[in-house]
Design a protein around this ligand. Structure first.
Ligand code: HEC
Length: 241
């Protein structure tokens, strides 16, 4: 009996603390990513190769796998960095040691980042850099305080500032405000980051595409089976009623 009581207290306590933890976490925006949108995946792949592999590698991803999202060999070849072949993995241009010296932290491999962080986290993170003069590279990030990554998408997004609004009752709300526009509108930038996150999701588990396809085939087969079984049942019972 005593043990049950103790267990109850434990369950109650962990539920309450889980709720408190959840509410103190930063708000995540929903990533507009869909693995069935091949054009978006291709845009995301190009954007990734042009903007991210200067620092980050994707050691589990080979260029020729971009064929899985409908890119032709000729299209993939236009993306290849010098010295890479179709079968090469996506290696960072900068080696991890020099990057660590330059930025203070090594840029992690991004092959499976979508699995560890989730799409919504990535979508929010990449749009949450703001100007902070106290940081060595002039920026900070709402989701990743004291981040060492420079705001490499700042030219496209523009510059943001962190604004803290005091509401009645004393609670503060943090918001990001665009202070200098970039070369893209906010809608264009959000869509571009959406494509990029879509691609990161694909890269984290390329087999997902195949699995989805098999899923539809299985469902179609089960549906056919249902029709057949129903016809069979009618046949069996027709003399009894
Ligand atoms: C100029 C180098 C550089 C470029 C280019 C760059 N990053 Fe980074 N990135 C970093 C560094 C350095 C870190 C490590 C930050 C830290 O640990 O504080 C980082 C961290 C990250 C993280 C957080 C990883 C984690 O969970 O710890 C993500 C996600 C990320 N980068 C995505 C991207 C994407 C996507 C691009 C391309 C649009 C990109 N980065 C381009 C340097 C770069």
């Amino acid at each position: 009996m005593k043990l049950i009581k103790k267990l109850w207290v434990l369950v109650l306590f962990s539920t309450v603390s889980a709720m408190a933890f959840a509410s103190s976490e930063a708000h995540l925006d929903k990533a507009p990513a869909s693995l069935s949108d091949q054009a978006s995946l291709q845009r995301g792949a190009k954007f990734f190769v042009v903007n991210c592999i200067a620092c980050h590698s994707a050691a589990y991803m080979r260029y020729n796998r971009l064929a899985d999202i409908g890119m032709t060999e000729a299209e993939i070849k236009t993306l290849l960095p010098e010295g890479s072949k179709l079968g090469s993995t996506m290696k960072a241009a900068m080696d991890s040691e020099s990057a660590k010296m330059a930025f203070g932290a090594a840029p992690p491999d991004l092959s499976v980042i979508a699995r560890s962080r989730g799409n919504d986290w990535l979508y929010t993170y990449l749009r949450s850099f703001y100007a902070d003069a106290t940081r060595p590279n002039g920026v900070n990030n709402v989701l990743f305080p004291l981040v060492a990554m420079p705001n490499i998408l700042g030219g496209l997004q523009g510059e943001q500032a962190l604004v803290v609004e005091k509401h009645e009752g004393g609670h503060e709300v943090q918001m990001l405000k665009l202070t200098t526009p970039g070369s893209m509108t906010t809608a264009e930038f959000d869509a571009t980051v959406g494509d990029l996150v879509n691609y990161l999701d694909f890269m984290g588990e390329p087999a997902k595409l195949v699995r989805y396809k098999i899923g539809y085939i299985v469902l179609g087969f089960l549906f056919l089976l249902l029709i057949l079984t129903y016809a069979l049942k009618k046949e069996f019972w027709k003399d009894i009623h």
